[in-house]
Design a protein around this ligand. Sequence first.
Ligand code: IVH
Length: 683
Amino acid sequence: MLQRILELRKALNDHNYRYYVLNDPAISDYDYDRMMRELQDLEAAYPQYDDPNSPSHRVGSDLSGEFATVAHRYPMLSLSNTYSLEELHEFCDRVTREVGPTEYVCELKFDGTAISVTYENGRLVRAVTRGDGSTGDDVTANVRTIRSIPLELRGNDYPSFFEIRGEILMPRASFNRLNAEREEAGESPFANPRNAAAGTLKQQSSAVVARRGLDNFMYYLVGDELPYTSHWESLRKAKEWGFKISEHMKLCRSIDAIDDYIRMVDKLRETLPYDTDGVVIKVNDYVLQRKLGYTAKSPRWAVAYKFKAEQALTRLNSVDFQVGRTGAITPVANLDPVQLAGTTVKRASLHNAEQIALLDIRLHDMVYVEKGGEIIPKIVGVELSRRPADSVPFEYITHCPECGTLLVKYEGEAKHYCPNQSHCPPQILGRIIHFIARRAMDIEGLGEETVALLYQQGLIRDIADLYDLTAVQLAPLPRLGDKSAENIVKSIRRSTEIPFPRVLFALGIRFVGETTAKNLAVHFGSLDAMMAASREELLAADEVGEKIADSIVQYLADEENQRIVARLREAGVQFSGRKREGLSESLEGKTFVISGTFARHSRDQLKELIELHGGKNLAAVSSNTDFLLAGANMGPAKLAKAQKLGVEIIDEERFLTMIGEGNASRPTSVAEQENNPVQGSLF
Ligand code: IVH
C-alpha cells in the first residue's frame, strides 16, 4: 500500500508542477481530483504513512496556532534602493572600480512579501517570513499550500541543505476576487496585492490561505557550499528542481543593456498579472559578490531600481463621507480634475481620519495624488509651500452625514462607523441591494435605482418588505410597467426556494461571506440551531473565529433582526437545510458540463443541484465528461464535441429525473424537498 501512496504522491507532485509552474497541465482537473481523493483515502486508512509533505496537505488545515519565531540562519538583508538612473550608473561604476567590468543579472522586483524556504534532502522543511531580518515567523503550514512552491524537489543534483528566497505574491485577479468577497462580507478590503499577500501569509488557518490563490517567484539561493559559480547558474538549477523562476531575467554586460532592460520592464509590467515595482540588478559572479561584500543592511553587489508611481498635484476642494452597508465611513476627496497615468482624476480616497491627521491634509490644500497598485487614486502628501494662509486643520465629522447618529470607533478598526444599522438609509439600502444580488437571493429586475425609489416612496424599509410588494405597486414606477412588475414579483416569490446557505449569506451579517455562510449552514443545519448556539458553539464551525462569532451573536440578538427573520420565514424563505450527513449521492462520481438556457432552473441552480447530489461540474467537454446537460441555444461546437466523444446528452427533465425530481409540471419547491426525505437535500 505504501508503494501506491508514494506513486500517487509523486504523480500528484508532477502534475502540480506542470500545472502551477509550467502552466501546462497534462491531465484534467477531474483526473487530478480523483488521484487526490485516492491518496487522501489511503492516507486516512494508513495513518502510519502520513507525511507533512504529502501533496494532500496542500489543501491546508485549521490547526496552525500562533506562529513560532525562528532565527534566520543567514540574515535576510534588504536591498539599497534608488529611483534615479544616475545613482544606478554610480553603482555600476563603483562595482567596476572595485572588481573590474562584469556581468549583471537583471530581474523584476516583485511587489509582494519575502519568504525564505529551507530544503533538506530535497524536501521542504521550513518557511519563514523576513520578520526583522534576523528572526521571522514560521509560516511553513501556510507556505505548503502555495502550489508553485515545490514540497519535494525534482531531479537529484540539489545540495542536501539550502535555503531559497523569493517573493510571495497575490496575482491581481486573486486580489480583486478576494476584495470583492471581503466587501460582500462587510470586511474592509486590502489596500493592494502586497498587503493582501502579507496578510494572507499570516492567516491562522492554512485552509483560508489555500483558497486565496497566492503565487511565488524565487530569486535567491543561499547555502554554505553551493556548487555553483554564479547567481544565474543557481537560478537555472533551481528552475530544474521545480521552483518557479521568472522568465523575465536577463544577463547584461553593460550599463546600456541595463537601461534597455529597465525600459523594457517599464512597458512589460502593465501586462503582467501581478505587481512589480522596479528591477533588481545583481552582480552575477559569486567570487565577485564575495569580494564586494555587505554593509550592515544590504549586499554591496546588488541594487534595486524602483519605478516612481505617477503623481499629480491638484487642489482639494471638498470631502464627501460615504456610508457603506455596514455603516463604515469612507472619506472621499473631491479634486480639481487632473491628468494622471492616462486618466482624469477627480476623486481620491482619503482612507480614514487617522490618515488625514497624519498627513495634515486640509481643505483647499494643493495635494499630491498617486496611482499605485490601488484602483482608486490616493492622496499621498501636501505641498505645504502652497498652503493658503488662512488654512485650518481638518475637522473629521463626528456624526453620520446621512442620519445624524454619533459615530463610533471599534477596537482595531481604522474607520469610523455609524452604529444606527436599522434606520440609517444607505445602510438599509446597501443591505437590500446585497440581499437581492445574484449570488444571494438572485431577485431579477430590481436594480439599485428601483430599490432606492421603492425606499423613498416608503414601500420597502427592510428586506422582509420585499415579500409584501405587489405588481400593482411596482408597475407605475419609471421604466417598469405591468410586465416587468409581474416578473419582479415572480422573481421575489421564486427566491423563497433559494437554499439556506445562500439565505444566510444574503442576510448580510457582518463578516459572514459566502464561504462562512456555507460552513455555518453545514455545521448547524438551520438558523434556529444557530440562534440556540452559544458563542463557543459558533466558534466550533469551520473557519469561524471570534470576530465572526461575535458578529453573529450580535446580529441574532437584535430584536429588529429577529422581527425581519420572522417575517422572511412567514414569506417562505428557507431557514434550514440538511446538514452534510443528509447528502443524496445519486450523482456520485458523475461529471457534467452545462450549456445553454433552461426552462425550470438557472444554470447556477443546476450546478448547485449537481453538487448537492454528489456530482461534479466541469467547464469544458472532454473524454472525462459523463453528461452534457443541454439547454436551449447551446453552442454547436460543444454539441459536436460531445457527440464525437460519445458523451451522453441529456435535457433538463431527464436530469431532474436522475435526481428524483422529474415529471413535475412546475418547479419543485425547496420546501417540498425538505419534507420528502427521499428527495435529496439542500446541499
Ligand atoms: S534579492 C540580499 N531579488 O525586495 C538580496 N529581492 O528591498 C535579497 N524583492 O526583501 C533580495 N524582487 O522582498 C531580490 N528579484 C528580487 C526581488 C527582491 C523583490 C524584494 C525582497 C526584498 C526586497 C528588498
